[in-house]
Structures are given as C-alpha cells and as structure tokens.
Ligand binder design. Structure first.
Ligand SMILES: Nc1nc2c(ncn2[C@@H]2O[C@H](COP(=O)(O)OP(=O)(O)OP(=O)(O)O)[C@@H](O)[C@H]2O)c(=O)[nH]1
Ligand SMILES: C=C(OP(=O)(O)O)C(=O)O
Length: 216
C-alpha cells in the first residue's frame, strides 16, 4: 500500500512554545523548521510513501519543504483558530480526496527529527490492516501518526490526550516493535535530548549543535 502523508506545520514564529526553556525565541523558528525538514525528508524516503503534503500557512516552511519534494496546501482560512491543527488536517484531507480518492492517508506530526524511513514503513504496513489506526507518542499521552485506509475518514483528534481520544474514536492503537523514531516527537528539552540520543537528521543536528554548544 502506498500512502499519502499529511504533515501539518504551524507558523514557525509560534511553533514549539514548550521548548522555550531550551531554545530562546530567536532560534525556535529555525529549530522547528529543521524538525519539519528532517521529518519530511525521512517520510519521502519511506518505500511505503507515495507523497507528502504539507499543510501550512508559513511561507518559509512552505518554500523549504517544497524544495524537498512535498506538495504544499494552505490551512483552512475559515477554521476556528482554537482547532487549527485538526482543521488544517481535515482541510488537506478534503483537498486530497478530490485528487487521489483511493489513496490511504496518514497524518504525521512535523516534530519527529529522528524519524527513520524504515521505521515509518513498518508503522504504515501495520496500519494497512485496519480501517483507522494510530501510533501513540513516546510520552504515552499523545499521537504522532493517524492513518485511514481508502474510503475511511481520518477524523483527527490531535491535541492534549489525543491517545485517549483517538482510542475512543474507534481507531486501532498500533503496537509496532522498533518504531521509536516514529514515536519520538519533540515538545520539551527532554524530548530533544531523547531524539538526539536516537540520532536526528542533518538539519536538526546542525541546529541543535548551535543551540547546545554556545559559540559554535
Ligand atoms: N497547519 C497547521 N499545523 C499546526 C497547527 N497547530 C499545530 N500544528 C502542527 O501540529 C503538530 C503538533 O503541534 P503542537 O504540539 O500543537 O504545536 P507545536 O508548535 O509543535 O508545539 P507547542 O507550541 O509547544 O504546542 C506540529 O507538526 C505543528 O506544526 C495549525 O494551526 N496549523
Ligand atoms: C498534537 C499532538 O502533539 P504534541 O505532542 O506535539 O502536542 C498530539 O499528540 O496530539
């Protein structure tokens, strides 16, 4: 099964607020962009991925991620800002259904800088067995990937406690061995250290080196 992935990217100036104690305001946008670049590059390298659609209103992120091979669509201009992420995913899903109605679709967070293509392939292959399925994040309360096979709606419920909400929505919780890099989202300084220990992509490695080693 060849998946289309939808990767949501919040405007970089507002991104990664929970990393404030690790990265100052001036460097956070660049770090968030590096996470998204490494996530999208790894996703495009998965043999189970047909293409990546980035949903974002951020012009710089759109330009840089298009350069990697992603297609860019804007957020829903009518959306309630309180539900920005899920509204953006539903909007991209609706657009995609008109272009590729029979494609399996998965939403993937943009903050997975350690993502390995082979591990993503493993997760998508597991998801193919269920109408809707999701992967909990490393912290155990959130979600990093939500998948829907052809003919099924994603029905995204990302945000605080999304693991519970996705489970209650009837999606199957995936248990996949050797998929730590797909679970390791980065919201906090501890998450960033865990991702660095797993091994991050080149853009995050460069951005983190500037961050953690002053003067470099
Ligand atoms: N297109 C789009 N993506 C969003 C929006 N809000 C969040 N995202 C993306 O959704 C994923 C999870 O985002 P959040 O955890 O809500 O935000 P974050 O910037 O990663 O971190 P915090 O600011 O610390 O909450 C990331 O890939 C974000 O870039 C939105 O309003 N529009
Ligand atoms: C939006 C989510 O991700 P994060 O952990 O980045 O808040 C989520 O887990 O549903």
């Amino acid at each position: 099964m060849q998946w289309t992935l939808v990767v949501p990217v919040k405007p970089l100036a507002r991104a990664k607020s929970r990393l404030a104690d690790t990265a100052a305001g001036g460097v956070r946008p660049g770090l968030a962009l590096a996470f998204a670049q490494d996530t999208v590059a790894a996703a495009l390298a998965s043999t189970a991925v047909h293409g990546v659609v980035v949903v974002t209103d951020d012009h710089l992120a759109g330009r840089e991620l298009a350069a990697l091979g992603a297609r860019i669509v804007p957020d829903d201009p009518q959306a309630d800002p309180a539900d920005g992420l899920n509204a953006a995913l539903r909007h991209a899903e609706a657009l995609l259904r008109t272009v590729r109605p029979r494609s399996p679709l998965a939403a993937l967070n943009a903050d997975l800088p350690a993502l390995r293509p082979t591990e993503l392939t493993r997760v998508l292959e597991a998801a193919a067995a269920f109408p809707r399925a999701f992967l909990p994040d490393a912290a155990g309360t959130g979600t990093t990937l939500l998948a829907a096979t052809p003919g099924r709606a994603l029905r995204p419920a990302f945000g605080p406690d999304s693991r519970l909400r996705h489970r209650r929505s009837g999606a199957t919780e995936l248990t996949v061995d050797e998929a730590d890099s797909v679970r390791q989202d980065v919201d906090t300084g501890d998450d960033l250290r865990a991702a660095l220990a797993l091994g991050v992509g080149p853009r995050t490695a460069a951005a983190a080196a500037r961050l953690l080693i002053p003067g470099q």
